[in-house]
Design a protein around this ligand. Structure first.
Ligand code: UP5
Ligand code: MG
Length: 189
């Protein structure tokens, strides 16, 4: 069991592994502020920002947006939240993003949740999501999986070497996965 005090926790796991779904549950139970890097980037596109076209093109290709953009959005959202307990969802996706975030914010995560799920299951979930995301098509999904394996897994290994990773079997039902998540966040008595 792990005791959360002033948590800054990262949520990672492949595309469609259920990060957003479980973050919503964690927020309800444990009072964290949920910051999805992907949601912040999509909001930035909608806001008509000068970076919007670049971000949109990268998301369509499953590529990782440079940290100058993403870290700034996360920092602003943290400041505006008025909270000091954050769940940062879907970030950092590569070493460059991780290093930039820790340098700029001075924040190291308390722990990192890794939602482990097979590609077959993640693909099934993404193709049946139907929320009109430009990256939920089979061509982009394959690219996202490749980027996850090549760039994001090394970040998980980096945190694992620091004993910060809590690996979760995310292939089960939403409720079953949340039972595991709850145990990780509940202080031991
Ligand atoms: N679902 C969830 N859990 C389930 C379960 N246990 N059983 C059955 N179904 C389950 O879930 C996906 C779908 O599956 C939903 O329909 C859900 O109901 C169902 P969700 O919780 O949305 O999964 P999540 O892991 O959040 O999937 P998401 O697609 O959001 O993951 P990605 O990591 O691909 O997306 P994200 O928004 O983080 O990033 C998108 C893109 O933005 C990236 O590819 C990249 O181009 C860019 N990006 C950056 O460049 N930098 C960043 O730091 C972040 C993003
Ligand atoms: Mg998500």
């Amino acid at each position: 069991r792990f005791v959360v005090t002033n948590g800054k926790n990262l949520q990672t796991g492949g595309p469609g592994s259920g990060k957003g779904t479980q973050c919503a549950n964690i927020v309800k139970y444990f009072g964290f502020t949920h910051l999805s890097a992907g949601d912040l980037l999509r909001a930035e596109i909608k806001s008509g920002s000068e970076n919007g076209t670049m971000i949109q093109n990268m998301i369509k290709e499953g590529k990782i947006v440079p940290p100058e953009v993403t870290v700034k959005l996360l920092q602003r959202a943290m400041q505006e939240s008025g909270n000091n307990k954050f769940l940062i969802d879907g970030f950092p996706r590569n070493e460059e993003n991780r290093a930039a975030f820790e340098k700029v914010t001075g924040i190291e995560p308390e722990f990192v949740l890794f939602f482990n799920c097979s590609e077959e299951e993640m693909e099934r979930r993404l193709l049946s999501r139907n929320q009109g995301r430009v990256d939920d098509n089979i061509t982009t999904i394959r690219k996202r999986f490749k980027v996850f394996v090549e760039s994001s897994i090394p970040v998980i290994e980096y945190y694992d070497a620091k004993s910060k990773v809590r690996k979760i079997d995310a292939g089960k039902s939403i409720d079953e996965v949340f039972e595991t998540v709850k145990n990780i966040f509940t202080p031991a008595n």
